[in-house]
Design a protein around this ligand. Structure first.
Ligand code: GLN
Length: 192
């Protein structure tokens, strides 16, 4: 069984675990400690509140060790707040968190909770069919470095990108029944 982690401090943890558990051969593990982290082949950083997850990563002394594993090549997928944690630059904010991916993100770029929305989108390298994209107080990516590959844009804004072992999405595939993104990430883990 392939052990894939979900960072277990705050946010849509159970939803990611549920999606992963529907994929054959995958054993999802909620990661809260260094020991948990050692056991997984890759990790999902869920959506939630980046300030809260960032604080807990720090308080539980997980920031440094997680950053190190990512820099050594462990596959990581940040959804929404998870993407903010991974960004090297955050618009209007000096504080960054893991700062591993060469992107600039804008928090709450679409507005507040009431501006959350759902859209169908085509992301050919992830799925041959259109997939539902759910945005909740979502960030977008303002710009990417040349080694970052843009996977998806919605209305001219970048909402999914990949660079080496790092995948980020503004939206929440774990809140839909579509497993395309989870399967795509599981393949990244298998190849690691
Ligand atoms: N607005 C949140 C933040 O800034 C992210 C929202 C989400 O993860 N759905 O962290």
């Amino acid at each position: 069984m392939l052990k894939v982690g979900v960072l277990g401090f705050q946010g849509s943890i159970e939803e990611h675990v549920c999606s992963l558990s529907k994929i054959e051969g995958v054993n999802p593990l909620v990661v809260k400690t260094k020991k948990d982290l050692e056991e997984v082949r890759g990790i999902i950083l869920p959506g939630g509140e980046s300030t809260t997850i960032g604080k807990l990563l720090h308080d539980f002394d997980m920031m440094g060790v997680l950053k190190e594993r990512i820099q050594k090549g462990m596959p990581v997928w940040g959804t929404c707040a998870g993407m903010i944690l991974m960004a090297k630059r955050i618009v209007n904010q000096d504080k960054t968190y893991l700062g591993v991916m060469n992107i600039t993100v804008k928090r709450n770029a679409y507005g507040g909770q009431l501006d959350s929305f759902k859209r169908m989108g085509s992301i050919p390298c992830v799925s041959s069919h259109e997939i539902p994209l759910v945005f909740i107080r979502a960030p977008w990516i303002e710009n990417v470095a040349s080694d970052v590959y843009v996977l998806s844009e919605v209305d001219g804004n970048i909402v999914a990108a990949k660079s080496k072992n790092m995948l980020v999405t503004s939206f929440h595939p774990e809140l839909t029944s579509d497993l395309s993104f989870h399967k795509y990430f599981v393949n990244m883990c298998k190849n690691y």
